[in-house]
Design a binder for this molecule. Structure first.
Ligand SMILES: Nc1ncnc2c1ncn2[C@@H]1O[C@H](COP(=O)(O)OP(=O)(O)O)[C@@H](O)[C@H]1O
Ligand SMILES: [Mg+2]
Length: 499
Protein backbone atom coordinates (compact mmCIF):
# COMPACT_ATOMS: atom_id res chain seq x y z
CA UNK A 1 0.00 0.00 0.00
CA UNK A 2 1.41 3.33 -0.95
CA UNK A 3 -0.98 5.32 1.21
CA UNK A 4 -1.00 5.35 4.99
CA UNK A 5 -2.98 7.29 7.52
CA UNK A 6 -1.82 8.12 11.03
CA UNK A 7 -3.36 10.36 13.66
CA UNK A 8 -2.08 13.17 15.85
CA UNK A 9 -3.40 16.27 17.59
CA UNK A 10 -2.72 19.96 17.20
CA UNK A 11 -2.41 22.45 20.02
CA UNK A 12 -5.10 25.14 20.02
CA UNK A 13 -5.99 26.65 23.37
CA UNK A 14 -6.99 23.76 25.57
CA UNK A 15 -8.67 22.12 22.63
CA UNK A 16 -6.57 19.56 20.85
CA UNK A 17 -8.18 19.05 17.43
CA UNK A 18 -7.52 15.80 15.62
CA UNK A 19 -5.04 15.99 12.76
CA UNK A 20 -5.02 13.30 10.10
CA UNK A 21 -1.62 12.65 8.60
CA UNK A 22 -1.86 11.13 5.14
CA UNK A 23 1.32 9.78 3.64
CA UNK A 24 1.46 8.94 -0.03
CA UNK A 25 4.35 7.34 -1.90
CA UNK A 26 4.29 7.90 -5.64
CA UNK A 27 6.60 7.02 -8.46
CA UNK A 28 8.79 9.77 -9.75
CA UNK A 29 11.89 11.61 -8.71
CA UNK A 30 12.67 11.11 -5.00
CA UNK A 31 11.22 14.00 -3.02
CA UNK A 32 9.75 14.56 0.43
CA UNK A 33 7.21 17.29 0.98
CA UNK A 34 4.88 18.11 3.84
CA UNK A 35 1.74 20.07 2.98
CA UNK A 36 -1.15 21.42 5.00
CA UNK A 37 -0.03 24.85 6.06
CA UNK A 38 2.70 23.46 8.18
CA UNK A 39 4.73 26.07 10.01
CA UNK A 40 8.51 26.16 9.90
CA UNK A 41 8.71 23.72 12.77
CA UNK A 42 6.86 21.08 10.79
CA UNK A 43 9.15 21.67 7.83
CA UNK A 44 12.12 21.06 10.09
CA UNK A 45 10.53 17.81 11.09
CA UNK A 46 11.22 16.59 7.54
CA UNK A 47 14.94 16.48 8.25
CA UNK A 48 14.52 14.85 11.64
CA UNK A 49 12.15 12.19 10.31
CA UNK A 50 14.46 11.29 7.46
CA UNK A 51 17.49 10.90 9.72
CA UNK A 52 15.55 9.05 12.41
CA UNK A 53 14.24 6.51 9.88
CA UNK A 54 17.66 5.91 8.36
CA UNK A 55 19.49 5.77 11.69
CA UNK A 56 16.98 3.29 13.06
CA UNK A 57 18.00 0.91 10.28
CA UNK A 58 14.95 1.31 8.03
CA UNK A 59 14.95 2.25 4.38
CA UNK A 60 13.99 5.77 3.56
CA UNK A 61 11.90 5.23 0.43
CA UNK A 62 13.48 6.74 -2.69
CA UNK A 63 10.11 7.85 -4.03
CA UNK A 64 7.99 10.94 -4.20
CA UNK A 65 6.70 11.24 -0.63
CA UNK A 66 3.83 13.59 0.08
CA UNK A 67 2.65 14.08 3.63
CA UNK A 68 -0.58 15.99 4.14
CA UNK A 69 -1.61 17.25 7.56
CA UNK A 70 -5.35 17.89 7.55
CA UNK A 71 -7.31 19.98 8.32
CA UNK A 72 -5.15 22.66 6.79
CA UNK A 73 -6.17 25.70 8.81
CA UNK A 74 -5.03 24.62 12.26
CA UNK A 75 -1.88 25.95 13.86
CA UNK A 76 0.50 23.02 13.69
CA UNK A 77 3.70 23.81 15.46
CA UNK A 78 6.22 21.80 17.37
CA UNK A 79 7.83 18.48 16.69
CA UNK A 80 4.83 16.54 17.92
CA UNK A 81 4.05 15.29 14.40
CA UNK A 82 7.46 13.64 13.85
CA UNK A 83 6.28 10.29 15.15
CA UNK A 84 3.03 10.03 13.17
CA UNK A 85 4.86 11.21 10.02
CA UNK A 86 7.62 8.63 10.45
CA UNK A 87 5.11 5.85 11.11
CA UNK A 88 3.14 6.94 8.05
CA UNK A 89 6.21 6.65 5.83
CA UNK A 90 7.16 3.27 7.30
CA UNK A 91 3.61 1.96 6.88
CA UNK A 92 3.23 3.29 3.34
CA UNK A 93 6.49 1.63 2.36
CA UNK A 94 5.52 -1.68 3.90
CA UNK A 95 8.07 -1.64 6.72
CA UNK A 96 5.41 -1.51 9.45
CA UNK A 97 2.01 -3.25 9.21
CA UNK A 98 -0.57 -0.56 8.42
CA UNK A 99 -3.43 -2.10 10.39
CA UNK A 100 -4.20 -0.79 13.86
CA UNK A 101 -2.61 2.55 13.01
CA UNK A 102 -5.96 4.28 12.94
CA UNK A 103 -6.92 3.17 16.45
CA UNK A 104 -3.95 4.94 17.94
CA UNK A 105 -2.94 8.55 18.30
CA UNK A 106 0.74 9.36 18.11
CA UNK A 107 2.77 12.26 19.41
CA UNK A 108 6.43 12.95 19.89
CA UNK A 109 9.48 14.60 18.46
CA UNK A 110 12.24 12.44 17.01
CA UNK A 111 15.93 12.96 17.46
CA UNK A 112 18.17 12.35 14.46
CA UNK A 113 19.04 8.99 16.01
CA UNK A 114 15.38 7.98 16.40
CA UNK A 115 14.93 8.71 20.12
CA UNK A 116 11.50 9.92 21.06
CA UNK A 117 11.35 13.25 22.86
CA UNK A 118 8.54 14.76 24.90
CA UNK A 119 6.54 17.74 23.68
CA UNK A 120 4.74 20.44 25.64
CA UNK A 121 1.01 20.58 26.21
CA UNK A 122 0.20 16.88 25.90
CA UNK A 123 -2.53 16.79 28.51
CA UNK A 124 -5.27 18.34 26.32
CA UNK A 125 -4.35 15.84 23.59
CA UNK A 126 -4.54 12.99 26.07
CA UNK A 127 -7.98 14.12 27.25
CA UNK A 128 -9.27 14.20 23.67
CA UNK A 129 -7.70 10.85 22.74
CA UNK A 130 -9.36 9.32 25.74
CA UNK A 131 -12.80 10.65 24.83
CA UNK A 132 -12.32 9.45 21.24
CA UNK A 133 -11.56 6.02 22.77
CA UNK A 134 -8.23 5.69 21.07
CA UNK A 135 -4.97 4.58 22.61
CA UNK A 136 -2.13 7.04 22.81
CA UNK A 137 1.54 6.43 22.17
CA UNK A 138 3.94 9.10 23.30
CA UNK A 139 7.38 9.79 24.66
CA UNK A 140 8.26 8.58 28.13
CA UNK A 141 8.72 12.18 29.16
CA UNK A 142 5.01 12.84 28.58
CA UNK A 143 3.63 9.58 29.88
CA UNK A 144 3.13 10.35 33.58
CA UNK A 145 1.17 13.44 32.67
CA UNK A 146 -0.97 11.65 30.09
CA UNK A 147 -1.55 8.67 32.38
CA UNK A 148 -3.58 10.99 34.60
CA UNK A 149 -6.46 10.67 32.16
CA UNK A 150 -6.15 7.04 31.03
CA UNK A 151 -7.66 4.62 33.56
CA UNK A 152 -5.80 1.71 31.93
CA UNK A 153 -2.56 3.62 31.55
CA UNK A 154 -0.99 4.80 28.32
CA UNK A 155 1.83 3.57 26.11
CA UNK A 156 5.23 5.14 26.45
CA UNK A 157 8.17 4.66 24.11
CA UNK A 158 11.70 5.98 24.12
CA UNK A 159 12.68 5.12 20.53
CA UNK A 160 11.11 4.86 17.10
CA UNK A 161 12.21 1.20 16.97
CA UNK A 162 10.11 0.37 20.02
CA UNK A 163 7.01 1.89 18.42
CA UNK A 164 7.64 -0.13 15.25
CA UNK A 165 8.15 -3.35 17.22
CA UNK A 166 4.83 -2.62 18.94
CA UNK A 167 2.93 -2.34 15.65
CA UNK A 168 4.73 -5.34 14.21
CA UNK A 169 3.38 -7.31 17.17
CA UNK A 170 6.88 -8.24 18.28
CA UNK A 171 7.11 -6.40 21.56
CA UNK A 172 4.17 -4.50 22.99
CA UNK A 173 5.01 -1.16 24.53
CA UNK A 174 4.88 -0.95 28.32
CA UNK A 175 1.86 0.72 29.84
CA UNK A 176 2.59 3.58 32.18
CA UNK A 177 0.04 3.03 34.94
CA UNK A 178 -2.75 5.44 35.69
CA UNK A 179 -1.27 7.98 38.04
CA UNK A 180 -2.18 7.82 41.66
CA UNK A 181 -4.40 10.81 42.04
CA UNK A 182 -4.35 10.86 45.80
CA UNK A 183 -2.68 14.23 45.85
CA UNK A 184 -0.18 14.45 48.64
CA UNK A 185 -1.26 16.87 51.31
CA UNK A 186 1.07 19.79 50.93
CA UNK A 187 1.71 21.96 53.93
CA UNK A 188 0.10 25.34 53.33
CA UNK A 189 0.21 28.25 55.75
CA UNK A 190 -2.60 28.06 58.29
CA UNK A 191 -5.15 30.68 59.29
CA UNK A 192 -4.39 29.77 62.91
CA UNK A 193 -1.32 32.01 62.53
CA UNK A 194 -3.48 35.08 62.04
CA UNK A 195 -4.40 36.79 65.30
CA UNK A 196 -7.64 38.71 65.65
CA UNK A 197 -8.95 40.13 62.36
CA UNK A 198 -12.23 38.28 62.83
CA UNK A 199 -13.96 40.29 60.14
CA UNK A 200 -11.35 39.65 57.48
CA UNK A 201 -11.26 35.97 58.37
CA UNK A 202 -15.02 35.78 58.06
CA UNK A 203 -14.78 37.58 54.71
CA UNK A 204 -12.30 34.98 53.46
CA UNK A 205 -14.55 32.16 54.61
CA UNK A 206 -17.52 33.61 52.72
CA UNK A 207 -15.35 34.24 49.67
CA UNK A 208 -14.08 30.66 49.68
CA UNK A 209 -17.56 29.15 50.13
CA UNK A 210 -19.16 31.09 47.28
CA UNK A 211 -16.07 31.66 45.12
CA UNK A 212 -16.57 35.41 45.49
CA UNK A 213 -13.98 37.99 44.59
CA UNK A 214 -12.77 39.86 47.64
CA UNK A 215 -10.88 43.08 48.30
CA UNK A 216 -8.94 43.58 51.53
CA UNK A 217 -8.11 47.21 52.24
CA UNK A 218 -6.20 48.62 55.18
CA UNK A 219 -2.94 50.08 56.47
CA UNK A 220 0.36 48.25 55.93
CA UNK A 221 1.32 45.54 58.37
CA UNK A 222 -2.22 44.60 59.34
CA UNK A 223 -1.95 41.13 57.83
CA UNK A 224 -3.63 41.52 54.43
CA UNK A 225 -1.01 39.56 52.51
CA UNK A 226 -0.85 37.05 55.32
CA UNK A 227 -4.62 36.49 55.19
CA UNK A 228 -4.84 36.29 51.41
CA UNK A 229 -2.14 33.64 51.02
CA UNK A 230 -3.91 31.53 53.62
CA UNK A 231 -7.07 31.10 51.58
CA UNK A 232 -5.58 28.04 49.85
CA UNK A 233 -6.10 26.01 53.02
CA UNK A 234 -9.86 26.59 53.09
CA UNK A 235 -10.87 26.36 49.42
CA UNK A 236 -13.56 23.81 48.54
CA UNK A 237 -12.51 20.59 46.76
CA UNK A 238 -12.43 20.46 42.96
CA UNK A 239 -14.63 18.34 40.75
CA UNK A 240 -12.96 15.91 38.34
CA UNK A 241 -13.74 18.10 35.32
CA UNK A 242 -12.20 21.11 37.05
CA UNK A 243 -9.05 19.16 37.91
CA UNK A 244 -8.67 18.13 34.28
CA UNK A 245 -9.26 21.60 32.90
CA UNK A 246 -6.81 23.21 35.28
CA UNK A 247 -4.19 20.56 34.59
CA UNK A 248 -4.72 21.00 30.84
CA UNK A 249 -4.08 24.75 31.04
CA UNK A 250 -0.94 24.22 33.09
CA UNK A 251 0.22 21.60 30.63
CA UNK A 252 0.31 24.33 27.97
CA UNK A 253 2.53 26.62 30.05
CA UNK A 254 6.31 26.69 29.98
CA UNK A 255 6.59 24.85 33.27
CA UNK A 256 4.14 22.11 32.25
CA UNK A 257 1.82 20.39 34.70
CA UNK A 258 3.21 18.79 37.82
CA UNK A 259 1.11 15.66 38.56
CA UNK A 260 1.57 16.28 42.30
CA UNK A 261 -0.60 19.37 41.89
CA UNK A 262 -3.56 17.31 40.73
CA UNK A 263 -6.69 18.32 42.61
CA UNK A 264 -5.25 21.43 44.26
CA UNK A 265 -6.83 24.71 43.33
CA UNK A 266 -4.05 26.89 41.94
CA UNK A 267 -2.98 30.06 43.76
CA UNK A 268 -1.24 32.59 41.52
CA UNK A 269 0.21 35.82 42.81
CA UNK A 270 1.75 37.80 39.94
CA UNK A 271 3.77 40.86 40.89
CA UNK A 272 2.36 44.27 39.94
CA UNK A 273 5.21 44.75 37.49
CA UNK A 274 4.18 41.63 35.51
CA UNK A 275 3.77 42.31 31.81
CA UNK A 276 0.53 42.25 29.88
CA UNK A 277 1.52 38.97 28.22
CA UNK A 278 2.53 37.38 31.53
CA UNK A 279 -0.89 38.22 32.95
CA UNK A 280 -3.23 37.62 30.05
CA UNK A 281 -1.22 35.14 28.03
CA UNK A 282 0.09 35.44 24.50
CA UNK A 283 3.42 35.38 22.75
CA UNK A 284 4.61 34.07 19.43
CA UNK A 285 3.18 30.70 20.19
CA UNK A 286 0.37 31.64 22.58
CA UNK A 287 0.82 30.49 26.15
CA UNK A 288 -1.68 30.86 28.97
CA UNK A 289 -1.02 33.79 31.31
CA UNK A 290 -1.39 34.07 35.07
CA UNK A 291 -5.14 34.61 34.87
CA UNK A 292 -5.54 31.29 33.05
CA UNK A 293 -3.08 29.49 35.27
CA UNK A 294 -5.36 30.60 38.11
CA UNK A 295 -8.36 28.93 36.40
CA UNK A 296 -10.57 27.27 39.05
CA UNK A 297 -8.30 28.70 41.70
CA UNK A 298 -7.23 32.06 43.07
CA UNK A 299 -5.59 35.07 41.47
CA UNK A 300 -4.07 37.19 44.23
CA UNK A 301 -3.22 40.75 43.29
CA UNK A 302 -1.37 42.33 46.18
CA UNK A 303 -1.09 46.15 46.19
CA UNK A 304 -3.85 46.37 43.60
CA UNK A 305 -3.46 50.08 42.70
CA UNK A 306 0.20 49.48 41.79
CA UNK A 307 -0.89 47.42 38.78
CA UNK A 308 -1.02 49.41 35.59
CA UNK A 309 -4.40 50.47 34.33
CA UNK A 310 -3.85 48.34 31.26
CA UNK A 311 -3.22 45.27 33.40
CA UNK A 312 -6.37 45.86 35.41
CA UNK A 313 -8.43 46.38 32.28
CA UNK A 314 -7.42 42.92 31.07
CA UNK A 315 -9.22 41.44 34.02
CA UNK A 316 -12.62 42.72 33.03
CA UNK A 317 -13.39 40.28 30.24
CA UNK A 318 -12.41 37.15 32.16
CA UNK A 319 -14.15 38.35 35.33
CA UNK A 320 -17.34 38.54 33.28
CA UNK A 321 -17.01 35.54 30.98
CA UNK A 322 -14.54 33.20 32.66
CA UNK A 323 -12.27 33.13 29.64
CA UNK A 324 -9.73 35.26 27.84
CA UNK A 325 -9.31 35.66 24.11
CA UNK A 326 -5.84 36.14 22.72
CA UNK A 327 -5.95 37.59 19.26
CA UNK A 328 -3.09 37.25 16.87
CA UNK A 329 -2.71 38.28 13.29
CA UNK A 330 -3.81 34.95 11.90
CA UNK A 331 -5.80 33.31 14.63
CA UNK A 332 -7.51 33.58 17.98
CA UNK A 333 -6.93 31.38 20.96
CA UNK A 334 -9.33 31.20 23.87
CA UNK A 335 -8.07 30.10 27.26
CA UNK A 336 -10.30 29.46 30.25
CA UNK A 337 -9.79 31.97 33.08
CA UNK A 338 -12.42 31.47 35.74
CA UNK A 339 -10.41 32.61 38.71
CA UNK A 340 -11.38 33.98 42.07
CA UNK A 341 -9.84 37.40 42.54
CA UNK A 342 -8.33 38.31 45.89
CA UNK A 343 -7.02 41.83 45.96
CA UNK A 344 -5.26 43.74 48.70
CA UNK A 345 -4.58 47.47 48.88
CA UNK A 346 -3.61 50.28 51.17
CA UNK A 347 -6.25 52.98 51.50
CA UNK A 348 -3.86 55.70 50.24
CA UNK A 349 -0.28 55.99 48.96
CA UNK A 350 1.25 56.27 52.45
CA UNK A 351 -1.15 53.65 53.72
CA UNK A 352 -2.37 55.25 56.92
CA UNK A 353 -5.58 56.96 55.89
CA UNK A 354 -8.18 56.21 58.56
CA UNK A 355 -5.62 54.53 60.80
CA UNK A 356 -6.08 54.87 64.55
CA UNK A 357 -2.42 55.45 65.36
CA UNK A 358 -0.44 56.90 62.52
CA UNK A 359 -1.50 60.03 60.63
CA UNK A 360 -1.90 60.01 56.88
CA UNK A 361 0.62 62.19 55.05
CA UNK A 362 -1.04 62.18 51.64
CA UNK A 363 -2.43 65.24 49.91
CA UNK A 364 -6.08 64.89 48.83
CA UNK A 365 -5.21 64.86 45.13
CA UNK A 366 -2.64 62.12 45.75
CA UNK A 367 -5.36 60.05 47.33
CA UNK A 368 -7.83 60.63 44.54
CA UNK A 369 -5.22 59.84 41.90
CA UNK A 370 -4.36 56.61 43.73
CA UNK A 371 -8.00 55.56 43.90
CA UNK A 372 -8.75 56.55 40.33
CA UNK A 373 -6.49 53.77 39.14
CA UNK A 374 -9.16 51.32 40.14
CA UNK A 375 -12.04 51.61 37.76
CA UNK A 376 -15.62 51.38 38.96
CA UNK A 377 -16.42 48.43 36.70
CA UNK A 378 -13.52 46.47 38.20
CA UNK A 379 -14.57 47.23 41.79
CA UNK A 380 -18.14 46.35 40.84
CA UNK A 381 -17.03 42.84 40.04
CA UNK A 382 -15.70 42.34 43.53
CA UNK A 383 -18.50 40.97 45.71
CA UNK A 384 -16.85 41.41 49.11
CA UNK A 385 -15.09 44.56 50.27
CA UNK A 386 -13.45 44.24 53.67
CA UNK A 387 -11.66 46.84 55.70
CA UNK A 388 -8.72 45.40 57.61
CA UNK A 389 -7.85 47.53 60.61
CA UNK A 390 -4.85 47.72 62.89
CA UNK A 391 -4.81 44.92 65.41
CA UNK A 392 -5.16 45.97 69.07
CA UNK A 393 -2.12 44.93 71.12
CA UNK A 394 -4.18 42.63 73.31
CA UNK A 395 -5.30 40.68 70.22
CA UNK A 396 -1.78 40.37 68.92
CA UNK A 397 -0.34 39.23 72.22
CA UNK A 398 -3.40 37.40 73.49
CA UNK A 399 -3.10 33.74 74.36
CA UNK A 400 -6.23 32.75 72.48
CA UNK A 401 -5.28 30.84 69.38
CA UNK A 402 -7.28 31.51 66.23
CA UNK A 403 -9.38 28.87 64.53
CA UNK A 404 -7.26 26.60 62.32
CA UNK A 405 -7.86 26.32 58.57
CA UNK A 406 -9.08 22.72 58.59
CA UNK A 407 -12.09 23.61 60.74
CA UNK A 408 -13.03 26.54 58.52
CA UNK A 409 -12.51 24.32 55.47
CA UNK A 410 -15.20 21.93 56.74
CA UNK A 411 -17.82 24.69 56.87
CA UNK A 412 -16.71 25.99 53.48
CA UNK A 413 -16.97 22.56 51.91
CA UNK A 414 -20.48 21.97 53.28
CA UNK A 415 -21.72 25.38 52.14
CA UNK A 416 -20.12 25.04 48.72
CA UNK A 417 -21.57 21.60 48.20
CA UNK A 418 -25.00 22.76 49.25
CA UNK A 419 -24.93 25.47 46.59
CA UNK A 420 -23.52 23.13 43.91
CA UNK A 421 -26.28 20.62 44.62
CA UNK A 422 -29.04 23.20 44.56
CA UNK A 423 -27.90 25.61 41.86
CA UNK A 424 -25.19 23.67 40.03
CA UNK A 425 -22.74 26.53 40.45
CA UNK A 426 -21.21 28.62 43.22
CA UNK A 427 -23.14 31.73 44.34
CA UNK A 428 -20.63 34.07 42.73
CA UNK A 429 -21.68 32.76 39.31
CA UNK A 430 -25.46 32.96 39.75
CA UNK A 431 -27.28 35.33 37.39
CA UNK A 432 -30.23 37.49 38.38
CA UNK A 433 -32.93 34.91 37.72
CA UNK A 434 -30.99 32.11 39.38
CA UNK A 435 -30.39 34.36 42.38
CA UNK A 436 -34.07 35.10 42.84
CA UNK A 437 -34.84 31.41 42.81
CA UNK A 438 -31.95 30.50 45.10
CA UNK A 439 -32.56 33.23 47.69
CA UNK A 440 -36.36 32.78 47.84
CA UNK A 441 -36.80 35.97 49.85
CA UNK A 442 -39.93 36.11 52.02
CA UNK A 443 -42.03 39.31 52.30
CA UNK A 444 -40.06 40.54 55.33
CA UNK A 445 -36.72 39.97 53.64
CA UNK A 446 -38.03 41.59 50.46
CA UNK A 447 -38.91 44.68 52.42
CA UNK A 448 -35.55 44.74 54.15
CA UNK A 449 -33.75 44.40 50.83
CA UNK A 450 -35.88 47.16 49.28
CA UNK A 451 -35.04 49.44 52.20
CA UNK A 452 -31.32 48.81 51.66
CA UNK A 453 -31.68 49.37 47.95
CA UNK A 454 -33.24 52.78 48.49
CA UNK A 455 -31.24 53.93 51.48
CA UNK A 456 -27.84 52.97 50.14
CA UNK A 457 -28.73 53.83 46.56
CA UNK A 458 -27.62 50.42 45.37
CA UNK A 459 -27.44 49.92 41.63
CA UNK A 460 -28.96 46.81 40.10
CA UNK A 461 -25.49 45.36 40.01
CA UNK A 462 -24.93 46.24 43.65
CA UNK A 463 -28.23 44.64 44.58
CA UNK A 464 -27.34 41.37 42.91
CA UNK A 465 -23.94 41.43 44.55
CA UNK A 466 -25.72 41.77 47.87
CA UNK A 467 -27.96 38.77 47.13
CA UNK A 468 -25.04 36.60 46.03
CA UNK A 469 -23.10 37.25 49.22
CA UNK A 470 -26.22 36.79 51.33
CA UNK A 471 -26.85 33.46 49.63
CA UNK A 472 -23.40 32.22 50.60
CA UNK A 473 -23.76 33.47 54.17
CA UNK A 474 -27.06 31.61 54.36
CA UNK A 475 -25.37 28.48 53.00
CA UNK A 476 -22.73 28.73 55.71
CA UNK A 477 -25.45 28.84 58.36
CA UNK A 478 -27.46 26.10 56.63
CA UNK A 479 -30.47 28.29 55.83
CA UNK A 480 -32.72 27.22 52.99
CA UNK A 481 -34.09 30.74 52.45
CA UNK A 482 -31.97 33.80 52.87
CA UNK A 483 -32.81 35.50 56.18
CA UNK A 484 -32.70 39.16 57.14
CA UNK A 485 -29.59 38.48 59.26
CA UNK A 486 -27.77 37.08 56.25
CA UNK A 487 -28.84 40.05 54.15
CA UNK A 488 -27.70 42.48 56.76
CA UNK A 489 -24.31 40.82 57.16
CA UNK A 490 -23.92 40.82 53.38
CA UNK A 491 -24.64 44.56 53.35
CA UNK A 492 -21.64 45.16 55.60
CA UNK A 493 -19.33 43.94 52.83
CA UNK A 494 -20.48 46.46 50.24
CA UNK A 495 -18.10 48.86 48.54
CA UNK A 496 -16.02 50.81 50.99
CA UNK A 497 -16.05 54.58 50.99
CA UNK A 498 -12.28 54.33 50.61
CA UNK A 499 -12.33 52.56 47.29
N1 LIG B 1 -3.21 39.52 62.50
C1 LIG B 1 -1.93 39.16 62.59
N2 LIG B 1 -1.57 38.09 63.32
C2 LIG B 1 -0.28 37.72 63.40
N3 LIG B 1 0.73 38.35 62.76
C3 LIG B 1 0.43 39.44 62.03
C4 LIG B 1 -0.91 39.89 61.89
N4 LIG B 1 -0.91 40.97 61.10
C5 LIG B 1 0.37 41.18 60.74
N5 LIG B 1 1.18 40.26 61.29
C6 LIG B 1 2.63 40.21 61.12
O1 LIG B 1 3.00 41.31 60.33
C7 LIG B 1 3.66 40.86 59.14
C8 LIG B 1 3.20 41.71 57.96
O2 LIG B 1 1.89 41.38 57.61
P1 LIG B 1 1.38 41.50 56.11
O3 LIG B 1 0.39 40.43 55.89
O4 LIG B 1 2.51 41.56 55.17
O5 LIG B 1 0.64 42.91 56.17
P2 LIG B 1 0.06 43.78 54.99
O6 LIG B 1 0.00 42.93 53.79
O7 LIG B 1 -1.30 44.19 55.49
O8 LIG B 1 0.96 44.93 54.83
C9 LIG B 1 3.30 39.42 58.99
O9 LIG B 1 4.31 38.70 58.36
C10 LIG B 1 3.10 38.97 60.42
O10 LIG B 1 4.33 38.58 60.96
MG1 LIG C 1 1.04 43.23 52.02
Amino acid sequence: MALAITLGRAECGIQAPLVTIETHLANGLPAFSIVGLAETAVKESRDRVRSAIINSGFDFPARRITVNLAPADLPKHGGRFDLPIALGILAASGQVPPDCLEQVELAGELSLGGQLRGVSGMLPAAVQARSAERALILAEANATEAALVFPDGCHAASHLLEVCAHFAGERPLPLVPHANRESPTVAVPDLADVRGQARARRGLEIAAAGRHNILLAGPPGTGKSMLATRITGILPPMAEAECLETAAVHSLSHGGFAPAKWGHRPFRAPHHSASHVALAGGGQRPRPGEISLAHNGVLFLDELPEFSRQSLEILREPLESGEVTISRAASQVVYPARFQLIAAMNPCPCGFLGDTVEACRCAPEQISRYRSRLSGPLLDRIDLHVEVTRLPAEDLQGARASEPSHRIAERVRAAYQRRMTESGKPSAELNAAELDAACALGPGEMQFARGALEQMRLSARGYHRLLRVARTIADLSEEGRVSTESLSEALSYRRLPMS
